[in-house]
Design a protein. Structure first.
Lengths: 177, 264
C-alpha cells in the first residue's frame, strides 16, 4: 500500500532539489507515484464496503490530491520546456504544506479501512483544493469534465436533481398534504 | 439596516449551471441571486454568521449525498464517473458559496453563550407555545360520509370563503438550526440597542409569511389562496425579538428605499 506521508516527503525533497539544480524531467518519479497511487486508491475506496458518506469524503480528498499532483506535473514539464525555473517550483513547494497535512489522515483511513475524522479530512481537502486553485495547480472546470468524459447533459441532470434535494434539505418545498 | 442572509438563500443562489446558453437553477434562484448581487454592491448591509455558513455547507453536503443515493450504478466505471461528477459540481457550488460569503457580507461577533440562552430560554418556549395554536393548512370540517372528491372540494372552497378568521398558518416548530439563526438575529438586534432594523432574508417559511393553503386530507385536495399570506407568526417574532423575516426581493426593495432616503 502506498504511504502518502512518505510520498509527500519524497515529493518535497524532489522539489527542493529542482529549486537548486533546475527541473529534471527524468526525476519526476515521486510525483508520478502520487498521481498513480491516488488514482488507484480512488477506485479502491469506491469499491470498498465503506458507508457512502465516508467513500465520498475519501474519494474527494484523493481526487484533490490526484488533480493537484497531475496538474503540478504538467506545469513542471512546461516550466522545464520554457526554462522558467524556479517560479513554478516555488509555487509547487508552497503547495506541499497542504498536501503534507492531509497525507496522515489519508494513510490512516486507508490502512484502517475508514475514518472517524471525516469532517477534518473534508476541511483539509477543501483547503487543498482552494490553494491548488489559487496557485494554478488545478484544472479548470471544462478540462476536468472533459478528462472524466462527463457530458454536459449529465451535469445538467445531476444539478436538476440536486436543486430538488436542496429544496427538501432547506425546507423550502411544500410538503403539506 | 442589517440583512442577515439565511441558509436557504445562500444555498439556493449557489446552485447554478450554465451551458450552451441554457441555465439550470432552482425555482427561487433569481430572487436569491438578485439579493446577493445587490449586497455585493452594498456589503455594509449583509451579514452571514458562521452558523449560517456551516449550515449551508451541511445542506449542500446532504443534498449531494441524497442525489448520489438516487443514482443507480451499473458498474464501478459508472460509479467513478458519477462520483467524479458530484465532486466537480460540489466544488463548483462551494466556490460560489465561498464567493458570496466573502463578497456580500460582514461577520459580526456573536456571544455564543448569550445566543444559546436566547435560543433555549426565550425563542424556543415562545415558539412552542405559539405553534400549538397554528395550523399547517386550513381544513374545514366536512363529515367523512361526503366521499365524492369534487363535492368535498366545492364544500371546502365555500366554507373557506365564508370563514371570518382562517386561523394562523405556520409550518410547525422550526428546526434547531433555524432557532439558532433566529437567536443570532435577536442578539445582533439587541446589541445595536434596537436602533437598527435586522432583516432575515429567507425562502424558508419558518422565517417569512406563510402562503395560505387550503386542503382536505381525505380527498387529497390542496390549493393556495391567491395573494394571501399569513404573517402572524413572523410579526409576533418581530414584535418580541426584533428581527423581521422576509423574502429576498422585498428586503432588497426596503434596502433600496433606505439608500434613497437615509435616516438622519
Amino acid at each position: 500500500m502506498f504511504n502518502y506521508v512518505e510520498g509527500c516527503e519524497r515529493l518535497r525533497k524532489m522539489l527542493n532539489t529542482f529549486l537548486v539544480n533546475g527541473i529534471d524531467e527524468a526525476h519526476l518519479e515521486p510525483l508520478d507515484d502520487l498521481v498513480k497511487s491516488s488514482q488507484i486508491d480512488e477506485v479502491k475506496v469506491l469499491n470498498s464496503y465503506l458507508p457512502l458518506p465516508q467513500q465520498r469524503i475519501l474519494f474527494g480528498a484523493l481526487r484533490n490530491i490526484y488533480s493537484t499532483t497531475d496538474e503540478m506535473r504538467a506545469k513542471l514539464r512546461i516550466a522545464h520546456a520554457i526554462h522558467e525555473n524556479p517560479k513554478t517550483v516555488e509555487r509547487a513547494l508552497e503547495m506541499m504544506d497542504s498536501l503534507c497535512v492531509i497525507a496522515p489522515y489519508i494513510d490512516e483511513s486507508l490502512t484502517q479501512g475508514g475514518t472517524k475524522e471525516g469532517d477534518k479530512i473534508n476541511e483539509l481537502s477543501r483547503a487543498l483544493y482552494r490553494k491548488a486553485n489559487r496557485l494554478g495547480f488545478y484544472q479548470n472546470l471544462d478540462t476536468q469534465l472533459k478528462h472524466a468524459q462527463i457530458r454536459e447533459t449529465e451535469v445538467e441532470n445531476f444539478i436538476r436533481k440536486l436543486t430538488e434535494n436542496i429544496e427538501i434539505e432547506v425546507e423550502t418545498t411544500d410538503e403539506t398534504l | 439596516m442589517k440583512i442577515m442572509v439565511e441558509t436557504s438563500v445562500l444555498i439556493e443562489a449557489s446552485i447554478f449551471w450554465k451551458c450552451n446558453g441554457q441555465s439550470v437553477k432552482g425555482f427561487s434562484f433569481d430572487k436569491c441571486n438578485g439579493l446577493l448581487f445587490f449586497l455585493k454592491e452594498h456589503p455594509e448591509f449583509g451579514i452571514v454568521t458562521k452558523t449560517i455558513e456551516d449550515e449551508a455547507r451541511n445542506a449542500l453536503d446532504k443534498a449531494v449525498l441524497r442525489t448520489i443515493r438516487q443514482t443507480y450504478f451499473t458498474d464501478i466505471k459508472e460509479k467513478i464517473r458519477a462520483m467524479t461528477m458530484q465532486h466537480i459540481v460540489s466544488n463548483y457550488c462551494l466556490d460560489r458559496l465561498d464567493r458570496f460569503v466573502e463578497e456580500c457580507s460582514s461577520r459580526l461577533p456573536i456571544d455564543t453563550k448569550e445566543r444559546d440562552r436566547i435560543k433555549t430560554q426565550e425563542l424556543e418556549p415562545f415558539l412552542r407555545e405559539l405553534v400549538m395554536r397554528t395550523v399547517r393548512y386550513i381544513q374545514p370540517s366536512i363529515p367523512s360520509f361526503v366521499k365524492d372528491r369534487e363535492i368535498r372540494e366545492e364544500i371546502t372552497d365555500i366554507i373557506v370563503k365564508s370563514l371570518p378568521s382562517k386561523g394562523i398558518v405556520y409550518k410547525g416548530m422550526p428546526a434547531d438550526r433555524d432557532l439558532t439563526i433566529m437567536a443570532e438575529a435577536t442578539f445582533i438586534y439587541r446589541k445595536n440597542k434596537s436602533k437598527e432594523n435586522v432583516y432575515i432574508a429567507s425562502i424558508d417559511y419558518h422565517f417569512i409569511p406563510n402562503k395560505v393553503q387550503v386542503g382536505s386530507y381525505l380527498s387529497g385536495y390542496k390549493k393556495y389562496l391567491e395573494n394571501e399570506l399569513d404573517s402572524t407568526v413572523r410579526d409576533k417574532l418581530a414584535m418580541q425579538f426584533g428581527f423581521v423575516g422576509e423574502e429576498p426581493v422585498k428586503i432588497q426593495e426596503a434596502a433600496k428605499q433606505e439608500i434613497s432616503n437615509p435616516k438622519t
